[in-house]
Design a protein around this ligand. Structure first.
Ligand code: ATP
Length: 224
């Protein structure tokens, strides 16, 4: 597998990554990120499928099936491309390791962003090396229905307030360090719900791109 995109050394504006298990990729991933891209002026979003550590619940689809579904989901959409670096490694990488690697590739001055959903923001302090993330990139957050808009822990809320910006220009003019809470559509979809619906034989037509759905059926994925 070859990375389909390499970060150029010269400044090409704000570039953003969006990591996920994508088991499978769905409209709850794609639509909020497309809205976010408009809000902050992202030219490209690199989807970064994760290599899941063995001690965590394993994805039902294999790494190559998850990658294929991501490819099918973004075909013909110029906003998205794929970075396969985590899938190519023999062992899972922590997000902070990937971000540090990307920061080294880009140099110290180019802006870089990592996109997460509101649920991931609320649990970010459980991530290994989470307090170094903003040393490498900005965080762009998509709203997600059913999740609080504030941390319950006052220390985490203070961390958010300290780094929050509502000005997209700041994301482009500084290399890292800000958190931008996007005003993105609330899409009540999760991969867990999709897997359950597929097992139950329910329709997922409005939840995932048609090409992904066809692939799932063709491969016999998410059936018990
Ligand atoms: P699962 O149900 O298997 O846990 P998921 O649907 O949450 O999966 P992931 O691949 O784990 O999908 O998520 C990758 C990223 O996408 C995370 O940052 C998550 O917060 C975000 N995300 C997933 N679904 C949504 C959604 N409906 N709205 C906003 N963000 C989302």
């Amino acid at each position: 597998m070859v990375n389909q995109f390499a970060f150029p050394k010269k400044n090409t504006g704000l570039q953003a990554l969006f990591g996920g298990t994508f088991d499978p990729i769905h409209y709850g991933h794609l639509r909020p990120v497309q809205a976010l891209a408009k809000q902050v002026g992202l030219q490209k979003v690199l989807l970064l499928p994760n290599h899941v550590p063995p001690h965590r619940p394993q994805p039902e689809a294999s790494p190559s099936q998850r990658l294929e579904m991501v490819k099918l989901a973004i075909q013909g959409n110029p906003l998205f491309t794929i970075d396969t670096r985590e899938l190519e490694k023999n062992s899972p990488s922590y997000t902070i390791e990937t971000l540090t690697e990307l920061r080294q590739e880009k140099g110290s001055t180019q802006p870089l962003a990592f996109i997460i959903g509101q649920d991931s923001l609320l649990s970010i302090n459980t991530w290994h090396g989470w307090d170094k993330i903003l040393d490498n990139c900005h965080l762009l957050v998509c709203s997600r229905p059913g999740y609080a808009t504030q941390f319950t822990d006052p220390k985490m809320q203070a961390w958010l307030s300290q780094h929050k910006t509502a000005q997209p220009e700041k994301l482009r003019s500084t290399p890292h360090g800000y958190i931008f809470l996007g005003d993105t559509p609330l899409i009540n979809i999760s991969a867990t719900e999709i897997r359950q619906k597929l097992i139950a034989g329910d329709s997922c037509r409005d939840l995932i791109p048609e090409a992904v759905l066809q692939y799932i059926h063709q491969q016999g994925l998410y059936q018990r």
